[in-house]
Ligand binder design. Structure first.
Ligand code: HSE
Length: 300
């Protein structure tokens, strides 16, 4: 008997909600997991040429983590990954791998861990809760670390809002994109982001999408990350001129996320065009919001 798991891509931050907000998107990695007497991993799709195929693979490490958490011996697993989330772009590919491995191994053991326990393990592995909460729960998630616990709530997103993700051909590591951030911020910048994150949640809850332009501004990470992605401002401007309501770095980048009401194609073309003018290859995809989060089933 094997376990099939599907985990969505995620876009963290949405501008002001640094390490807090996550949005699950309709682009999925799939895992087939079967208990075995050693670890073996096969990968097709994104990252197939370079992902670890042994015990160092994140999905396998997540499986080990579950066994350690519940005090059961881990003999190994035959893991097959079908990856569609582009890696190292800020679209939650590592969060999907951690969550996928945790959910698969937990299911194979008869679900000894509840969802909160899985979320806490995923957050410990990733180091921040935003992507893993959205990958596990789906929708727009607000997450908060409280000691050992992670408290996360998934909110609905207005159905008439569309999302466009620009995926540049270049990659970036989250570690490096976090290393450019200062350890302390001014009170003015903290207040700037608090105001906008509150406004963003209020705008999405009430359907006041006309205020998203202001609500998606940020001072805690995007201005600093401009040094890594200098083309970001030109692409953002092009997206807004083409009708996007807001445009932000997706997680730690380099992907960008635009919110759109109405036709997505003009925004897709504008973002691709501005990126290409800056000399960077890439493609933009309109993606729906995923509302299911990680799902699993038993396979014969
Ligand atoms: N909140 C994290 C960051 C997300 O911006 O560094 C990383 O995907």
């Amino acid at each position: 008997m094997s376990i099939g798991v599907r985990v969505p891509a995620t876009s963290a931050n949405l501008g002001p909600g640094f390490d807090v907000l996550g949005l699950a998107l309709g682009l999925y990695n799939e895992i087939v997991y079967e208990v075995a007497d050693r670890v073996s991993v096969t990968v097709e799709g994104e990252g197939a040429d370079r992902l670890d195929t042994g015990a160092g693979n994140i999905v396998a490490r997540a499986a080990l983590m579950v066994h350690e958490a519940v005090g059961r011996p881990f003999t190994g697993a035959a893991i097959h990954c079908v990856n569609r989330i582009p890696p190292a772009r800020g679209l939650g590919s590592s969060a999907a791998a951690w969550v996928g491995g945790l959910v698969a191994a937990n299911a194979a053991l008869g679900t000894p861990l509840d969802r909160d326990a899985v979320l806490a393990l995923a957050c410990r592995a990733e180091g921040h809760p935003d992507n893993v909460a959205a990958a596990l729960l789906g929708g727009l998630t607000v997450s908060c670390v409280s000691g050992e616990r992670v408290v996360a709530v998934s909110l609905p997103v207005p159905a008439d809002l569309g999302w466009v993700v620009l995926v540049p051909g270049i990659e970036s590591s989250t570690r490096e994109a976090r290393a450019v951030l200062p350890d302390t911020v001014t009170r003015a910048d903290a207040v700037f982001n608090l105001q906008r994150m509150g406004l963003l949640l209020a705008a999405l809850a009430s359907g006041r999408v006309d205020v998203l332009g202001v609500a998606m501004e940020d001072r805690l990470h995007q201005p600093q990350r401009l040094a890594l992605f200098p083309w970001m401002e030109a692409v953002r401007r092009a997206a807004l001129e083409a009708g996007a309501l807001g445009c932000v770095l997706s997680g730690a980048g380099p992907a960008l996320l635009a919110a759109v009401r109405g036709a997505a194609q003009p925004v897709v073309r504008a973002m691709e065009g501005a990126l290409s003018l800056a000399g960077v290859a890439g493609r933009a995809l309109p993606l729906p919001v995923d509302t299911d989060g990680a799902t699993w089933n038993r396979r014969p």
